[in-house]
Structures are given as C-alpha cells and as structure tokens.
Design a protein around this ligand. Structure first.
Ligand code: NAD
Length: 495
C-alpha cells in the first residue's frame, strides 16, 4: 500500500556503513583493512567494507561465546525470544525500501523483486521461526517405570554462517532465524560480493532487542574470514551455503579442526522434464522460462536443463521464443525491469565462457548469447536459449549460474530420467505430465531434494530446502532446520 519511492533519488542519498558488527557495535577490521564494494549496475563505488581476518574472527567468536556462556539469549523465556524475533521481522518491514535498495545496488537484482520478494521472504522467515519458539515441546522416552528419560533439545552454542551473494538477505535469514530461535549465538560472514544487507540486518536485530554478542556480522573474503571461521576451535557448528567446491573445503576444515557440525547447501543443475502429455503447455513454458531467468539465472535451484519430449519440442520453443523479449536486461532501479545485472565481472566472464563453450560444442543458439548494456559500466547478459544440447556438453553438465537455458529432447521418459540423474547434483527437479502414475514413478525416481509436478514455483518457509548428493547435506527452512542448530540431550532420572 506504500507509494513506490524514486529509487534513483534514494540511492543517491543512501548512507552505507561498511564496518563489521561485533558484540553489538560497529567496528573497523583489526588490521583497518577494507575492500571496495562496487555496484554491478554501473560500477559505482558503494562503500569501503571491512576486510575481516583471523583477529576479527577471534573477537567475534569470543563475543558470541561470552553471550552464549552467560545465557543472555539462550535463557530468555520462549515467549520473550519469540517477541524479539517478531520485532526484528517488523523492523525489516519498516526498513524494507532501504534493505531492498541495498540489495539491488549490491548484487544487481531488479528492485521490484528485491522489495516484493527478497525482503518479504527474509522477514517472513525470521517471523516464522520467531512464532515457532514457544510451540515446540521436548519428549519423554518410553523408559522403564523406575526411571524417567527426558529427550531435550539444547542450542549447539556458537554457530558460524557463511552465505553466498545471490539472495544475500534471504540466505542470511535461512541461517540466522532457526539458529537464533534455538538460542544460539551467531557469527555471519556474508559474501564479499554482497555484504551490505547482512550488516544492516545486524543493526535491526540489536534494535529489536537481540542482546549484544548474540548476532555478529563479519564481512570479508572467503579464504580469510571464511576459512578462519571454518577452522576455528571455538565454533560449534557451521551453516554453509555456496558452491560445491567451497563446500568440500568447509567440510574438510571442520574435520581438521574441532569436528564442528558442518551443514552444506550447495550448487545445482536442476532438470525440468516436460512430457508430451503435459496438462498445460503454456504453464510449462512460462514456468521454465520464468524460473531460469529469474534473478539473472543466479539461483541454485534454477531449472537449467530442460528435457522436452521430441513431439512437442517445436511448439514449446516457439512459445518460449515469444516470451524472450520481456526478459531483456534493464536498469535494476527501474520498477519495470525483470532482468538485472550479473553480480560482477568475474561472474560475467564465467557466464560468457559457458556461452562460448555451448556454441563451439555445436549447440544451436536460438536467442541471446551476448553481453549487453555495456555503456552503463555494469554487467548484463542477454537471456540465452540453446537448443540441440547434448547431455555430454559442458553447458549441460556444469552449473552456469547465469541466464542460460539448455534444451535437450527425449523420446523415452526413462532415458530422460536417467540423464536427469546423471549429475553430481541433486537439488531440484520437475516433471510435467497429466498421467498420474507417470508423475509418481518419475518423481520417485528423480534423485533431488525437491521435485515439482506440473509447476516449478511453489515454495514456502514450511518445507525443507536442500540437496541430495553433492548439492549438500543439510536442509534449510521448516522445523527440520532446528535439527542443524540443536543438540539432543538425554537425561535419565531415577524415580
Ligand atoms: P562460493 O562458494 O564462492 O562462496 C560462498 C561463501 O563462501 C562466500 O561467503 C565466500 O566468501 C565463502 N568462501 C569462499 N571460499 C571460502 C573458503 N575457502 N573458506 C570459507 N569460506 C569461503 O559461492 P558463491 O559464488 O557465493 O555462491 C554461488 C553458489 O551458491 C552456487 O553454486 C549456488 O548453487 C549455491 N547456492 C546454493 C543454495 C542452496 O540452498 N543449496 C542457495 C544459494 C546458492
């Protein structure tokens, strides 16, 4: 119901504080080092951000440990902890325009989605876990009559959260909300490519009443602040979201230090299988196109491999091509833009490299394939559609993390399922068919943490999100996320 602000004006007047947030206060990095945070929209300098290293990690972990040991948050009555988290969510809503703007400037997504999707989902996640706090009961085991066996959940202690840049606010919320709701202290390291909203969230959490030291944010590089957290002997648990390559390093560092619990949410190469008896071809086309180009293709669960049954492929592609113009990249600060900027030049080069590899492997480029809006100084790639992609091509095997869709065709659905599963990843998958037993058989056979039948968009905080195989070992969202951030304790009481 609020009037939509003039984003360019707001952006010009925005004050950005790039200092770390440790023990309830803003702080420069111990070494006073910073890194420049540029906007991918037009290359402008947004802020010099604290480049935290081992000494800052030590300080933040010590603050988190002290807060945990004196129980200043863990022992707060559930009803009060709930109120505080809900206040935190309310403050995010109050500051929604500022948070959305920071997110768009920092990583390039269209402002219309930053404000209507990212802020909304992030605050809702914090609200949902806040509301859950006073509705969770512990258990009593069926023990012999002369004893009572209590099974209770306790917070693990100090949780480190390391997150990527594609949905910075939402990924922060998916980690910190269940961890804080369970009574832990948290040290969050956002991506060096998009650290700004996490820092602002820490200020709002403090304002809501989350005590000093309970929620700390350390911007910095992965191989500095990130590795120091993963190796830290006083971090009890690490919640990681990012690439499979880094996830392997995280698990290794957890193992070689104190065997901290290491939860990983990693990459994907999700398969979307559209059968000839698909109940609604228009819906299938708009879901396939909408989901791959949303967020510039920078989504872990993007359906980047499209398997279409040969008999409907031409009809499918004709409808898909008709949709492409609406995804032309535009100014992310313009409310009508649906495709924004790629996060930085490195990622742009990666995406363009995959497009070249598709072309030289013999895939047929039907739309896009070029960098665009170059005169803005930002990083934009046209929505790209490849037909005649073979399962063994690099663009069909590796996660591109950009607006590139690969179309493969099939005549036997079992072969499509085999190829869909022939990947190290297992995040999402989909099947479109009006045949109920085919839908059930295929969805059972697909090795993925989430399978969609006749849609791709359904999502809710109430369901777990995570992967099979090398897409990770944990689940974010839903009550199951509490399993990651709590220990089970058995207490035997002699009667
Ligand atoms: P990345 O692995 O490069 O970085 C992720 C985070 O890890 C960043 O904060 C980075 O600084 C840090 N990091 C990097 N090297 C590190 C090291 N040696 N030690 C400790 N920390 C280190 O990934 P990215 O490019 O930021 O994100 C894109 C990836 O994230 C994609 O693969 C995508 O699929 C995945 N992703 C997965 C999910 C999910 O829920 N499964 C959600 C979003 C993104």
């Amino acid at each position: 119901a609020h009037a939509i602000p003039n984003w360019h004006h707001l952006a010009r007047d925005l004050k950005i504080d790039g200092r770390a947030f440790i023990n309830g206060r803003r702080a420069d990095a111990r070494e006073s080092a910073t890194f420049a945070c540029h906007s991918p929209i037009d290359g402008r300098l947004l802020a010099n951000v604290a480049r935290c290293t081992g000494a800052d990690v030590d300080a933040a972990v010590a603050a988190a440990r002290a807060a945990f040991e004196d129980r200043r948050w863990a022992s707060v009555a559930p009803a009060k902890r709930k109120k505080t988290l809900i206040k935190f969510a309310d403050l995010m809503l109050q500051h929604a325009p500022e948070l959305a703007l920071l997110e768009t400037l920092d990583m390039g997504k269209p402002i219309r989605y930053a404000r209507s999707v990212d802020v909304q989902l992030a605050q809702n996640c914090i609200r949902w876990y806040g509301e859950a706090v006073d509705k969770i009961y512990d258990e009593i085991a069926p023990a012999p009559e002369e004893a009572l066996a209590l099974i209770t959940r306790e917070p693990v202690g100090v949780v480190a959260a390391i997150i990527p840049w594609n949905y910075p606010m939402l990924m922060a919320a998916w980690k910190i909300a269940p961890a804080l709701a369970a009574g832990n202290s948290v040290v969050l390291k956002p991506s060096e490519k998009a650290p700004l909203t996490s820092l602002r969230m820490a200020e709002l959490a403090l304002e809501a009443g989350i005590p000093e030291g309970v929620f700390n944010v350390l911007p910095g590089y992965g191989n500095e602040a990130g590795a120091a957290l993963a190796l830290h002997m006083d971090v009890d648990c690490i919640g990681f979201t990012g690439s499979t390559r880094t996830g392997k390093q995280i698990v290794q560092m957890a193992g070689q230090s104190n065997l901290k619990r290491a939860w990983t949410e990693l990459g994907g190469k999700s398969a979307n299988i559209v059968c000839a008896d698909c109940p609604d071809l228009d819906a299938a086309v708009s879901a396939a196109i909408g989901s791959i180009y949303f967020n510039q293709g920078e989504s872990c669960n993007a359906p980047s491999r499209l398997f279409v049954e040969a008999s409907i492929k031409d009809a499918f592609i004709e409808k898909a091509l008709a949709m492409m113009p609406q995804y032309a990249p535009g100014d992310p600060l313009d409310e009508s833009t649906v495709m924004g900027a790629i996060v930085d030049e490195v990622q742009l080069r990666t995406v363009m490299g995959y497009i070249d590899s598709g072309k030289s492997a013999g895939a047929k480029l039907l739309h896009g394939g070029a960098q665009t809006r170059i005169d803005t100084g930002g990083y934009y790639v046209e929505p790209t559609l490849f037909d005649e992609v073979r399962h063994d091509m690099q663009i069909a095997r590796e996660e591109i993390f950009g607006p590139v869709l690969s179309v493969l065709s099939f005549t036997d659905v079992h072969e499509a399922v085999r190829q869909a599963n022939d990947t190290p990843y297992g995040l999402h998958a989909a099947v479109w068919t009006a045949n109920i037993s085919k839908a059930i058989t295929v969805s059972r056979a697909l090795r993925a943490g989430t399978v969609h039948v006749n849609q791709y968009d359904n999502d809710d905080i109430t369901v777990p999100f995570g992967g099979y195989k090398q897409s990770g070992n944990g689940r974010d969202k839903s009550l199951h996320a509490f399993d990651k951030y709590t220990e089970l304790k058995t207490t035997w009481i002699q009667v």
